[in-house]
Design a protein around this ligand. Structure first.
Ligand SMILES: Cc1cc2nc3c(=O)[nH]c(=O)nc-3n(C[C@H](O)[C@H](O)[C@H](O)COP(=O)(O)OP(=O)(O)OC[C@H]3O[C@@H](n4cnc5c(N)ncnc54)[C@H](O)[C@@H]3O)c2cc1C
Length: 413
């Protein structure tokens, strides 16, 4: 079949990879030049440890507290937007124990499938810095310790190995840098990679096998008899047998053109990278109280963090970048880092669904459309699994995972 994939981030390219492998003629359409979007500068963590969705008990109280602190890790910019209000109501409704119970299984399955696919990719594709060194969740306060130990207990219950470590045990793992913590949880099953290398090696692999239409923005669709007949772009109209919608944070707006309700907010995050570190961090870590991700990538060290819900906005708030720097200094007192210049600060828009679960699947109103988006903080983690599932849907095969909790029409009015 002729398949058009709208969006060439990790989700679009993973889908392209598996679809061309099963013999389809694939075209990836993207409004950007595919060099610096959300899938390029993130923290690169592959995290089966993250089986609890963003919408979980405690998040509302934490979110409200953080909203009044200009350097906090989470911020919702108040603005008049019906979409934001409806998204917020749905988030609130899903921040329950019952939702966590319902979602944990499917997130775990997606993560483990993805990790096994990354193991294959690390042999098939050009080197993208894939490493299985686990993940440390580091904390300094008793409140965070309590919460993280509870997550570790749940993880072990779900079959994801988690070990509680004392401050000394953490230090023994981090041989090069002094770590100022109360303790930590080690998730030995997690992994990490270098995101821009991953994206480059996927593009390299697809180069001769798929068509790329970059700097091409999808503006509208011609629909008749419940099918997309053509995709209207700023560079002409294109027709396909099947369309995959993988437009990340823009998906809510694109879906409106198809009369679909796909609640989505962009969760802006920042990262900056120190090159040529002689004594690098050994194990990727999350600094819990500041929600900062720290990832060694070869000789470089990347710090990522903050979640700003502020529409499709690309401005950089240096106060929040400084919040990341301050957190790093508290956890690694000997690591002398300075707030990067604005030009050296990368930002990306995470596509956040209100229940913290991706949208993967078909929708009844349009027969030749498959949606794959809304992966929030887990797009890199869940990319290969999502791509594989998309190809199974298109090929009419039984999907590797039950997708009922991820159905894209769960909010259809
Ligand atoms: C600071 C930070 C750290 C992160 N760390 C991690 C991590 O450690 N692990 C992890 O798993 N995830 C992480 N993430 C999240 C991850 O980066 C995202 O979930 C993932 O990149 C989303 O991929 P995507 O393909 O859905 O969206 P994108 O990468 O945004 O791709 C969507 C594409 O669609 C295109 N598009 C949109 N609208 C149109 C249109 N109308 N026409 C044509 N093209 C269009 C866009 O140009 C874009 O290229 C992090 C994110 C941030 C910001």
């Amino acid at each position: 079949m002729k398949i058009g994939i709208i969006g060439g981030g990790i989700i679009g390219l993973s889908s392209a990879y598996y679809l061309q492998k099963s013999g389809h003629e694939v075209t990836v359409i993207d409004q950007s030049d595919l060099t610096n979007g959300c899938s390029y500068g993130n923290a690169g963590m592959i995290v089966p440890s993250h089986f609890i969705p963003l919408a979980a008990p405690g998040m509302i109280a934490k979110g409200i507290r953080w909203m009044f602190d200009s350097s906090s890790p989470f911020y919702v910019k108040p603005r008049w937007s019906g979409d934001l209000v409806r998204w917020g109501i749905q988030f609130y409704r899903h921040a329950t124990e019952a939702h966590v119970q319902k979602s944990a299984g499917v997130l775990k399955e997606l993560s483990l499938l993805s990790k096994s696919l990354y193991q294959t990719w690390s042999k098939e594709l050009l080197d993208f810095g894939y490493n299985e060194k686990g993940l440390l969740m580091l904390y300094q306060t008793s409140d965070a310790e309590h919460e993280e130990k509870e997550t570790a207990r749940l993880a072990n219950q779900y079959g994801i190995e988690a070990r509680v470590l004392s401050a000394d045990e953490v230090q023994q793992l981090e041989t090069h840098v002094r770590v100022n913590v109360r303790g930590g949880i080690l998730f030995p099953g997690d992994a990490h990679l270098t995101p821009h290398l991953l994206m480059e090696s996927l593009k390299n692999n697809l180069n001769e096998k798929a068509n790329f239409k970059t700097n091409t923005a999808v503006k509208d669709f011609n629909i008749s008899e419940k099918k997309i007949k053509s995709v209207v772009t700023n560079r002409g109209e294109f027709s396909f047998d099947e369309i995959i919608l993988a437009t990340g944070s823009w998906s809510g707006d694109v879906a409106k053109k198809l009369k679909l309700n796909l609640p989505m907010q962009a969760g802006k995050g920042y990262s900056f990278t120190l090159p040529d570190i002689s004594k690098n961090i050994q194990i990727p870590s999350i600094l819990i109280e500041g929600k900062v991700a720290v990832t060694p990538m070869g000789n470089s060290l990347r710090f990522g963090g903050t979640m700003e819900i502020n529409g499709l906005d690309h401005s950089i708030n240096m106060k929040r970048v400084k919040g990341i720097v301050d957190t790093v200094s508290r956890f690694y007192p000997e690591l002398k880092i300075e707030t990067p210049a604005m030009e050296k600060t990368w930002h990306g828009l995470r596509p956040c669904s209100p229940d913290g679960l991706p949208y993967i699947g078909r929708t009844p109103s349009i027969q030749n459309l498959t949606i794959a988006t809304g992966h929030s903080m887990l797009g890199i983690s869940l990319g290969p699994a999502t791509g594989k599932l998309v190809s199974e849907i298109i090929n009419g095969e039984k999907t590797s995972i039950d997708l009922s909790a991820l159905t894209p029409h769960r909010y259809q009015r």
